[in-house]
Design a protein around this ligand. Structure first.
Ligand code: 0O2
Length: 209
């Protein structure tokens, strides 16, 4: 298998999804509406991680395309928990891809303490040989969930997946604290949004003067 040929459509999917999701954010801004999207990132899973994950999940190399859902991954980060569900609804209303699976790790957090909402999609991408349907994962989470997951990911890397028990339980507590932060922020959401709208209006006036 030629790796560059195999991986190219995934890179294209990540690029296209980033443009589309960032476009949604910008549309909200143009219409002076509060965007549920704070920022969007994306990556193609590195070759070594694809091989390692396929081995760990006992996936036959021929089935990687069908069984590894997150070779193309896009992350949507939101301010508030409600925003996550608003983004999921918007994704459901789109006609440029099909949602094949949803994983709600917010109402049912993972054993590690991980919280996030995952949407697996089938995305039709144009190649020089015609249309190709590619699986991609969209992770939607709050800033607090993202902060936690990024730190936990680094620790997992440092300890090669075997985080010491004491740090693990601290991480779980930190995860709960992050969730409480999300809950508290949700309670003052309208206040925060009002303040942000005033700020946006002032910026807009400045740009037009
Ligand atoms: P990377 O480096 O982000 O690409 P699994 O069997 O749990 O590995 P599966 O079945 O593919 O994974 O599905 P899952 O758990 O819905 O989604 C996997 C991705 O979600 C991970 O990709 C992470 O990005 C994120 N994720 C899932 N669980 C955790 C967690 O406990 N902590 C953190 N920080 N992220 C998590 P990869 O391939 O593991 O890593």
């Amino acid at each position: 298998m030629n790796w560059d040929i195999f991986i190219a459509p995934y890179g294209q999917v990540v690029d296209e999804l980033k443009v589309k999701l960032k476009g949604m954010r910008q549309q909200f801004e143009y219409e002076m509406e509060q965007s549920p999207i704070e920022f969007v990132t994306g990556r193609v899973k590195p070759r070594s991680s694809i091989i390692e994950k396929a081995r760990r999940k006992a996936i036959n190399p021929e089935n990687i395309e069908k069984e590894l859902q997150d070779i193309a991954g896009v992350r949507v980060v939101c301010q508030f928990v409600d925003d996550i569900y608003a983004v999921v609804d918007m994704l459901k209303n789109r006609h440029d891809f099909t949602i094949v699976e949803e994983k709600d790790y917010i109402s049912r957090k993972k054993e590690s303490g991980y919280r996030s909402y995952h949407v697996i999609i089938e995305y039709p991408v144009e190649t020089i040989h015609g249309e190709k349907i590619v699986l991609a994962e969209i992770q939607i989470r709050t800033l607090a969930m993202n902060f936690w997951a990024t730190n936990e990911h680094s620790l997992n890397y440092k300890y090669a997946g075997k985080i010491p028990t004491e740090i693990k339980s601290r991480l779980k507590r930190a995860g709960e604290a992050a969730f409480r932060l999300d809950e508290e922020m949700s309670k003052i959401k309208s206040e925060i949004q009002e303040a942000q709208k005033v700020f946006l209006r002032k910026e807009d006036q400045k740009n037009h003067n």
